[in-house]
Design a protein around this ligand. Structure first.
Ligand code: PXP
Length: 260
């Protein structure tokens, strides 16, 4: 299974001081030498971490294919077309969110997504849609003629953290659920089952399948066992670990866990 390393959080650290250090560009060679297969970045509309100049330098210098996440806004799509990354992953964006909290509403935004895909494909950029693991979203993605879908693993990851973590706080989104532990086994099983079903269904329709969001060194192994998923995109947990181990070890440890 291939590993895309999302390096946005290096830019998050830089933006905490609004200086030039650490430079996300420095991660490219380390990721490539440590077993990563792809670099993933998110050019958000508010530019809260990766800036246009970062994206330009990363696409130009990366020894690995670059997967650029972006919203379906025409002005952003124009920028992505000019940058020419290997792939664009279309994601929903809300300014107030801490991170991308759900998949795209593929049926509700059908025409705007189609316009974005057409334009990106014309610029020889393959397209992935970041979707919730539902048959409805997959069928709409297939109708849109997209090359990839990326399944949102956030529900699975949140429930996994609640079920297995003894820490008093695990994730801002799950604290409010306040569920009894016995309900968590079922919910976690359902969230995992939805990913298995969605991945198998998407693959049966000829789509390539990636997955990501909230994956870490603890919860990754059941996801690696879903053999219709070809690629994982992981950011937060790798960059968090790199603070203690260095980026090379954090990436190579995660890559080892991606082996089937
Ligand atoms: N995939 C997509 C489409 C995302 O938006 C994100 C978060 O930016 C990730 C993967 C990585 O998520 P995390 O940082 O939780 O590993």
């Amino acid at each position: 299974m291939t590993l895309g390393v999302n390096i946005d959080h290096i830019a998050v650290l830089r933006e905490a001081r609004k200086i030039n250090d650490p430079d996300p560009l420095m991660a490219l060679a380390i990721c490539a030498q440590s077993g990563a297969d792809q670099i993933t970045i998110h050019l958000r509309e508010d530019r809260r971490h990766i800036h246009d100049e970062d994206a330009r330098r990363i696409v130009a210098a990366s020894p690995l294919p670059v997967n650029l996440e972006c919203a379906i806004e025409p002005s952003i799509i124009d920028i992505v077309c000019a940058l020419r990354p290997h792939r664009a992953t279309l994601v929903p964006e809300k300014r107030e969110e801490v991170t991308t909290e759900g998949g795209l509403d593929v049926t509700g935004n059908y025409q705007s997504i189609l316009n974005a895909i057409t334009k990106l494909n014309e610029h020889e950029i393959e397209v992935s849609l970041f979707i919730d693991p539902t048959r409805e979203a997959i069928e709409a993605s297939e109708r849109l003629g997209v090359q990839w879908v990326e399944l949102h693993t956030g529900s699975y990851a949140n429930l996994y953290a609640m079920r297995h973590s003894a820490l008093p706080h695990t994730h801002h989104a799950i604290k409010s659920l306040n569920l009894p532990r016995r309900d968590l086994d079922n919910l976690l099983e359902n969230a995992y089952g939805a990913l298995v079903d969605a991945a198998n269904y998407a693959r049966s329709l000829g789509l390539k399948v990636a997955a990501g969001h909230g994956l870490n060194y603890q919860n990754i192994s059941p996801i690696v066992n879903i053999d219709t998923i070809e690629e994982l995109n992981i950011g937060q947990s790798i960059i968090a670990r790199s603070v203690f181990t260095g980026l090379a070890t954090a990436v190579s440890d995660m890559k080892a866990l991606c082996q089937r």
